[in-house]
Design a binder for this molecule. Sequence first.
Ligand SMILES: Nc1ncnc2c1ncn2[C@@H]1O[C@H](COP(=O)(O)OP(=O)(O)OP(=O)(O)O)[C@@H](O)[C@H]1O
Ligand SMILES: [Mg+2]
Length: 185
Amino acid sequence: MRMTTTPRAQGATVWLTGLPSAGKTTIARLLGDRLKTEGHRVEVLDGDEIRRFLSAGLGFSRADRNTNVQRIGLVSEVLARNGVLSVVPLIAPHADSREAVRKRHEASATPYVEVHVATPVEVCSARDVKGLYARQATGRLTGLTGVDDPYEPPVDPSLVVRTQLQTPQESAAAVYAVLAERGLV
Ligand SMILES: Nc1ncnc2c1ncn2[C@@H]1O[C@H](COP(=O)(O)OP(=O)(O)OP(=O)(O)O)[C@@H](O)[C@H]1O
Ligand SMILES: [Mg+2]
């Protein structure tokens, strides 16, 4: 009997980095839904959800944030290497942490698409989806990325999304277009 094999779908990691309330989760969900509807295998690894299990116990120090990014980066690379489109909405404020994730993907020749959700801090703080900016302003929270904790913007991202000028649907479509350009969808 002759064995036949079906070619495995090409996976990728799509990493959405940006400030709190920038729009990462919103874009990731819209993109994920569209990709699923089109029949792709998709996972959305949202920073908030992962902090409840894989990274339970980690805080927001530089070291803990890096550990969180490396763990999610590892999971995402494994998924992507095995044909999943893995969408990661995570602040990931430090350039060296993101660079390590990129290198991990390069080492296994797994596509890695970095998207900077570059919403200005004034817009993020007006949105304040989780009330973090308000809590920081009234002294109930310290170490808020972009306010009193650093955010190092990507130097050479695959895409910069300016959500203050777009609808969420337009932003998600812009990310989708990059995947299409690269032959990943
Ligand atoms: N073009 C856009 N793209 C994405 N979100 C947008 C856009 N325009 C307005 N928004 C709004 O901005 C808010 C973004 O919230 P969201 O939870 O996605 O941010 P986040 O980057 O995931 O924040 P956090 O890091 O705190 O999880 C939502 O209320 C969303 O509706
Ligand atoms: Mg989010």
